[in-house]
Design a protein around this ligand. Sequence first.
Ligand code: SF4
Ligand code: SF4
Length: 227
Amino acid sequence: MEPLLLTKREKRKLATQFADLCLTCGTCAGGCPVTGVDGLDVRKAVRLVLLGMDQELIDSRFPWVCTLCGRCEHACPMGIDLLAMLRSARTHRERNKVPGVLHKGVEMCLKTGNNVGIPKEDFLFLLEDLGAELAEELPGFEVPVDKKGAKYLFTINSKEPFAEPEDMMYWWRILYAANESWTTTSENWEGVNWGLFTGDDAAMKEIVGRIVKNYKELECEYLVLPE
Ligand code: SF4
Ligand code: SF4
């Protein structure tokens, strides 16, 4: 694992930049909605980097308590790039130390095309079954899958087919009422990219690339992400 957020040269440059720029005014921490949660103080995170204590920041809870909302960076009078610093600390955390199930979900998505590992045949059976149920209320309704030339390509939050399948029927009803042309896909339909949250750019890129491939192959006009 790379020990530092940046190369030594980049770090020197950054430290100089921060030393020159950071006023230790605390505006960042004052505007942060989660200041104090697990001790989070974004001003302290800046000081850790300045003092060469990158690893302490990487090992801390700070980058994970942070929601990456960007308020601190927006408020900073010196325009310091706080979001890049915090997300980079996530990137450099050892993967087996990423909190919760996030990294397991990333691995599962790379392997199966969705974060919870729903097999293709189960997913298709569920869509067909729910579609038939909805057709009793909406004549002619069925869930379009891999429909070439559909206007909208919908990805799906795996939480829905996994735990709350009826929730999908709400947006299906809207699309039916609007008489819109849409589709989802039989593979790589996951719409929640946990690589974003874990700082795993390579996984994030791979997962996005699969969705874009579906979008292009199906010649859709719009791509809809649930989150
Ligand atoms: S708001 Fe900017 S200048 Fe002020 S403490 Fe935070 S990082 Fe430093
Ligand atoms: S990006 Fe993180 S540290 Fe900055 S204000 Fe939002 S939650 Fe706080």
